[in-house]
Write a protein that binds this ligand. Sequence first.
Ligand SMILES: Nc1ncnc2c1ncn2[C@@H]1O[C@H](COP(=O)(O)OP(=O)(O)OP(=O)(O)O)[C@@H](O)[C@H]1O
Length: 265
Amino acid sequence: MSTTSPSPSPKLAIEVRDLHKSFGDQQALRGVNLVVPEGTTCVLLGVSGSGKTVLMKHIMGLLQPDRGSVQVEGEDIAGMNESALSEMRRKQGILFQANALFDSLTVFDNVAFPLRERTRTPEKEIAELVNKTLERVGLSHATQRFPGELSGGMQKRVGFARATILQPKILLYDDPTAGLDPLTTAAVNEIITTGKQQLGATSVVITPDVASAFGMADHLALMHEGRVVEYGPPDTFRESQHPEVKAFLRNWLQRRAQSRRAAQA
Ligand SMILES: Nc1ncnc2c1ncn2[C@@H]1O[C@H](COP(=O)(O)OP(=O)(O)OP(=O)(O)O)[C@@H](O)[C@H]1O
């Protein structure tokens, strides 16, 4: 008889079961199931209006389910009062399209902001932490600059530094590369991978950039009409026979070929 015990299943950072959400007669989510194991990156794909942002807002505790459940680090968001919800959000690093940096604060003060606002960390320690974090994103030379003096990619890196200064266990990105040029997009994708490697954080990323998604994801989830219709590691996802996945990938390849032709013309 074998004495080998089965390897324990990975701990789940996020567990969404049968999540439904409507706005009036608009059914945004129609039974979403999704699990994100701790320390992994899950990328949500799907056409506009498929429900990605509404799902993300549940994970942030900004929306409450009509039906079903959303557990974040083992706790159901439905059971949380306002202070528990804001405590949970404090543990999440959130990077949306707009960097939402404070224009009148230097890079250093932008990154120090969450520490000063939410903790009683002494200024000396704040300086050490902020400098270390800015070094990690390659911005040690820009600490005294203002956001308006930085490139788009540098602003994203400041946003990332600020979102991660409290060492969040969960990082949420909604279209972080929107409107950025290819070089800056590559830099942001690298930042997302760095977040996983350096912080061991669990990440959920919404991006229309399918090539980047394949590069960074441990799992890809395709949303279609308010449900996750396919979920799996990149290799499995790419080979999926699900008609919606096939249509989604075909469409992406066509768009990519078109834009390459346009660029060559
Ligand atoms: N506050 C709201 N009130 C009414 N309808 C909403 C609200 N938020 C989202 N919806 C609707 O829910 C559906 C899903 O929206 P969601 O923003 O999640 O889509 P998405 O997949 O993130 O799209 P996109 O890629 O364009 O951001 C859409 O039909 C949207 O119009």
